[in-house]
Design a protein around this ligand. Structure first.
Ligand code: SF4
Length: 494
């Protein structure tokens, strides 16, 4: 677990699915392992198995709280407990519903057309309204998660065919969703009309695989094919050892432009993934370069400026930053000045602030010889509360650098996310605490200078270089999907 994530927004989920593969559960395990960064509180896998004798179909499930490796901790699980040739899996961080076992996905239900399991990455913005309506109509909920609503809507649909039932359900929900739905004979891969969260299709031998991020494909040697389009419902039929795409349906009223989450590029996704048809690494380097263009740091002595990242999330950005300084003939060098321990485990994932404060020295140490008497440029992707940044600066200060300049590769975060990322309340965000006054934040963090990448600078690093293709709401307050007042209130109270 990355220490820096204590003071970062949490991605709520990662999903993985495989259709028509003999060891589907084992592949799903690897797929979830590769996407562990998208959710560390809980994980689960559901498999579909057909008995060769009586031809009956069974759904098996294993879920738990904790990291993927803690839940799936022995081989027997894959061979005996999770038999089957199709599977979906889920990594979870709770943004909707509490972190109880009942909310761990994939959820499974049985309805008139057989079994359904579902994995969801995102957040529904009309969940409260739909839940209330369903409860008034007599529905019984087993979880507090908005994902369960989708199952109710599918099951209550009056449409005859399963695909139409799913379309019917999706037409009623609003918000961000990248979904995998496993039924007796199909996997449905679905993405919301704005394409807020990523979802990609790949192939392993003759079997289709789907994942939030393509780093999951790399681990199992699957080949990336394409992104699931926004508003698309891709129907994958599976056989014993293979699968085929039999249909691709689209929802009505797909907006003209997508609203891809720009934060996926800045922080959430792994740099070795392709999301939104783009290498994350490429965008992150660009963010670093742009940041250096806007806010370079020159040396105050004959010693080279030490450019360093907060490992691991801002490594790539810091490389881009240093590349640009070099091009500008600034006397600087990329240095590994912070060493991160990778062996902390789950202890520090808990969202209580006291534990967060404890963390810094356990998680990071400085390389004193590198920092001493140098001008340091500490490059980070974002600042949320500022608590982590402050402790890191204090830690670096102990190594006696000459100056510490903090450079942030995104604009100040001022607004919460309602589309599947867990942000602290508006009041807790450091940019709001100091009413956006950068000098005051600089003082609070005790750095010699603090600079954030400009909004236009951030947009210029995206492939389209145009804000109309992106959700930027946490920076700009421009929410592409309207947020009902009661949801705003509810999220702030959670
Ligand atoms: S508000 Fe928009 S840009 Fe910010 S994290 Fe949420 S989806 Fe991404």
């Amino acid at each position: 677990m990355d220490y820096s994530e204590f003071d970062k927004p949490k991605s709520n989920c990662g999903v993985f699915g495989i259709a028509g593969y003999p060891s589907a559960s084992l592949m799903s395990y690897y797929g979830l392992l590769a996407q562990q960064h998208r959710g560390q509180e809980a994980a689960g896998i559901v498999t579909r198995y057909q008995d060769s004798q009586n031809k009956k179909i069974y759904f098996f499930s294993k879920k738990g709280l904790g990291l993927v490796s803690e839940i799936f901790d022995n081989e027997k699980i894959f061979i005996e407990d999770l038999k089957g040739n199709a599977a979906i899996g889920h990594n979870r961080y709770s943004t909707s519903g509490s972190n109880s076992f009942f909310n761990v996905q994939p959820f499974i239900v049985k309805y008139r057309d057989g079994n359904i399991a579902i994995s969801h990455n995102g957040n529904l913005t009309n969940a409260h309204i739909l839940r209330k309506k369903l409860i008034n109509e007599g529905a019984i909920f087993q979880t507090t998660s908005d994902t369960e609503i989708i199952l109710h809507l599918i099951s209550r649909s009056q449409k005859k065919n399963q695909i139409d039932q799913i379309v019917d359900a999706l037409e009623q929900i609003e918000g961000a969703y990248s979904l995998l739905i496993l039924t007796d004979n199909y996997i449905y891969a679905c993405r919301d009309p704005y394409g807020i969260r990523p979802l990609s299709l790949g192939i392993l031998d003759n079997s289709y695989v789907i994942a939030s991020e393509t780093c999951a494909f790399d681990l199992i040697n699957a080949k990336y094919i394409r992104e699931i389009n926004r508003g698309e419902i891709l129907v994958i039929k599976f056989m014993e050892n293979n699968s085929e795409i039999i249909e691709s349906k689209f929802l009505n009223n797909i907006p003209e432009f997508p609203k891809k989450c720009i934060f996926e590029f800045i922080y959430f996704s792994r740099p070795d993934s392709i999301i939104f048809n783009q290498n994350v690494d490429k965008v992150r380097r660009q963010l670093g370069k742009k940041l250096a263009e806007e806010y370079p740091v020159d040396s105050s002595s004959d010693k080279k400026v030490a450019v360093m990242s907060v490992p691991d999330s801002s490594n790539t950005i810091a490389i881009g930053y240093q590349d640009q300084l070099r091009k500008m003939n600034i006397n600087s060098k990329f240095e590994i000045g912070l060493i991160r321990s990778h062996y902390i485990g789950r202890t520090f994932i808990q969202p209580e602030i006291d534990k967060r404060k404890l963390g810094v020295k356990i998680k990071f140490n400085t390389v004193k010889g590198v920092l001493q008497n140098r001008d340091i440029v500490l490059v980070d992707d974002s600042i949320v509360r500022g608590t982590t940044s402050k402790q890191l600066v204090n830690l670096i200060r102990e190594a006696n650098p000459k100056m510490i300049h903090l450079r942030i590769a995104s604009p100040p975060i001022k607004y919460p996310c309602f589309y599947g990322m867990d942000f602290p309340t508006s009041e807790e965000l450091i940019a709001n605490k100091f009413s956006g006054n950068i000098e005051q934040i600089e003082k609070e963090l005790e750095v010699d200078s603090l600079k954030y990448l400009s909004y236009d600078g951030m947009i210029s690093c995206t492939p389209e270089k145009d804000e109309k293709y992106y959700c930027t709401a946490c920076f700009s307050g421009k929410y592409p999907i309207e947020i009902p007042e009661d949801i705003k209130k509810n999220i702030n109270e959670e």
